[in-house]
Design a protein around this ligand. Structure first.
Ligand SMILES: [Zn+2]
Length: 558
């Protein structure tokens, strides 16, 4: 019998939630599906039949690997602060809770610092061995591929290095149980034969790559200059994008409309990049950011001596953008005097520097943007009617982010990649729950707000880990109302997640959960520290204790 004992698993069972509100099943922040083993068995059979045993094994191994990696996140979250072995056995305990196999530890040596790992476990009642034998009869080789993938994926994510598990005995060969051994990949003498099952490079992988390449080619043919800095495939977005593409090759003045943060400057840049002017300068001016008395000299330039302080002649933005594109953002903020001058430039194609009699020809394509209703501004006398008509030739309304929620996942993916390289971070991605929270948010600040939220998430997420909902939004998330989870005797029980609501007796709820007092205290301390973003004084305040008291309790619990 093994000397390693599993800690009580109510902390894990509580992570499994059957949400009453939306009928989803959650394990931590990952969405789960309760699937018939018989259906998985059908899938397995078809994979073997159509792709052969090698490819089927590869696919199932990688599938298990992906699921193990996700569960490793829970180990950090639930038992990250406690004993290392207790944290590690979250994997075997979840593998059991998920119904794959019963896991009995034989030997476990784990040292996170040095990366040393040796793990040996006995597997009983493996579902894979069971369905395989039922379908194909006994084999002379191990068949628990998905489970081996799980053990390897879990341990690899847990250790932060590739730990490869191998089935040294399998119930599918007629033995009573399976037995698995895990070691760092370079310690396996036959690593070369084993690692290909974990790698994406397979016939199927290559076929998928080819298909992706073909699709990319097709897309690039359909839309030759598809700008990489504009991302979206929703109807609302594509409509605006198509209008921009059509205007790009012409010289028409474009007026970009839309809320703050929808990405008007990106659109303007894209217009420029897709235009014949793309090798000439793109100059952007934010009219709201300049004081009224400076805006004319900024736009049109200044001649020496034009006013006190004008010590040298200086070209304005129009001259700098000669041959290229001038982007005037927040045009609605332009003072009336400057509006008159702008109108003249648009009509005559020439500018006059301040304090200069000469006129200069400029060849500039104007792209303007505003988030105010210019029509109203005209009615209120704040904006020149003639300039408005001059600008409103080709308006493009860029949709708000909430009107194109289907674009959020690809936008997020691109942002995560960008911020990861900016902050030198490696992340596994976003949890399902985090992505759902992003899609449900109303985004008053649009793409710019999304960008800020994602950057924050990238910074807060643990290295090699997942971005979770709580890394994205400050303050409480919409309450997870009533849900069910699995009680210690394996029954589905209804719980209210919102501990502390008046309808709930807190001590009773704690007793019902079966959580030991030490674990409860530890959990409370960790939550407070997390909620205070690591600020121990603030965490102590949350708990109503002093900072030295908090220090003492934290030490006691590690
Ligand atoms: Zn097996």
């Amino acid at each position: 019998m093994s000397s390693i004992r599993y800690p009580e698993d109510s902390d894990l069972r509580r992570m499994l939630r059957f949400s009453g509100e939306d009928s989803l099943i959650w394990l931590g922040e990952h969405r789960m599906v309760l699937l018939h083993a018989g259906a998985l068995s059908e899938l397995r059979k078809e994979l073997i039949g159509s792709l052969g045993i090698e490819q089927a094994r590869r696919i199932l191994t990688r599938m298990g690997f992906a699921s193990g990696m996700r569960d490793a996140e829970l180990a950090r979250k639930v038992r990250g602060a406690g004993d290392l072995v207790d944290a590690f056995v979250v994997g075997p305990q979840l593998h059991m809770l998920e119904g794959s196999v019963q896991v009995e530890p034989v030997r476990l040596e784990v040292d996170r610092q040095s990366g040393q790992f040796y793990g040996e476990f006995i597997w009983r009642h493996s579902w894979e061995a069971e369905v395989h034998v039922k379908e194909f009869g006994e084999e002379d080789h191990p068949v628990c591929w998905m489970q081996i993938g799980y053990a390897s994926g879990y341990t690899t994510a847990f250790m932060g290095r590739f730990i490869l598990f191998k089935e040294v005995e399998c119930a599918a060969t007629g033995l009573p149980n399976c037995r698995i051994v895990g070691r760092p990949v370079d310690e396996w003498p036959d690593a070369n034969e084993l690692t290909p099952y974990f790698e994406a490079d397979s016939i199927v992988g290559r076929l998928l790559d080819l298909r992706e390449e073909m699709e990319a080619m097709r897309r690039s043919i359909a839309c030759r200059n598809k700008a990489p800095n504009l991302i979206g495939s929703s109807t609302a977005f594509l409509h605006a994008y198509d209008l921009a593409v059509k205007a790009a090759t012409t010289n028409v003045t474009v007026l970009l409309l839309g809320e703050t943060g929808v990405g008007k400057e990106r659109f303007a840049r894209t217009l420029h990049e897709l235009s014949p002017r793309h090798e000439a300068p793109f100059v952007a001016v934010n009219c709201a950011a300049l004081p009224d008395e400076l805006i004319e000299s900024e736009l049109f330039g200044v001649e020496r001596g034009a006013f006190t302080g004008a010590h040298a002649s200086r070209p304005g933005k129009f001259e700098r953008a000669d041959g290229g594109t001038l982007f005037l953002d927040e045009l609605g903020e332009l003072p009336l005097a400057a509006q008159a001058k702008l109108l003249r430039v648009l009509q005559e194609g020439e500018i006059e520097r301040l304090g200069d009699e000469r006129t200069r020809k400029v060849n500039v394509r104007l792209v303007a943007a505003t988030n105010v209703d210019l029509h109203t501004a005209v009615a209120e006398g704040r904006f020149r009617r003639d300039l408005y008509y001059r600008l409103n030739v080709y308006p493009i309304t860029i949709p708000a982010l909430r009107e194109r929620a289907s674009d959020i996942p690809p936008l997020v993916e691109a942002m995560v990649t960008r911020f990861c390289s900016l902050h030198d971070k490696r992340l596994a991605g976003l949890t399902d729950k985090a992505m759902r929270a992003l899609k449900a948010h109303p985004w008053p600040g649009n793409v710019r707000e999304l960008e800020n939220v994602i950057e924050r998430g990238v910074i807060l997420a643990p290295h090699n880990g997942w971005i979770e909902a709580e890394h994205l939004f400050v303050g409480p998330l919409p309450a997870e109302a009533i849900h069910s989870s699995i009680s210690s005797d394996g029954r589905l029980e209804q719980r209210s997640a919102a501990l502390g609501t008046t309808s709930l007796d807190l001590p009773d709820a704690v007793l019902d959960s079966g959580m030991p007092l030490d674990a409860l205290e530890n959990e409370l301390l960790q939550r407070a520290v997390k909620r205070a973003n690591g600020n121990l004084s603030a965490a102590a305040r949350l708990l109503g204790i002093t900072r030295p008291q908090l220090n003492y309790r934290l030490k006691k619990n590690t």
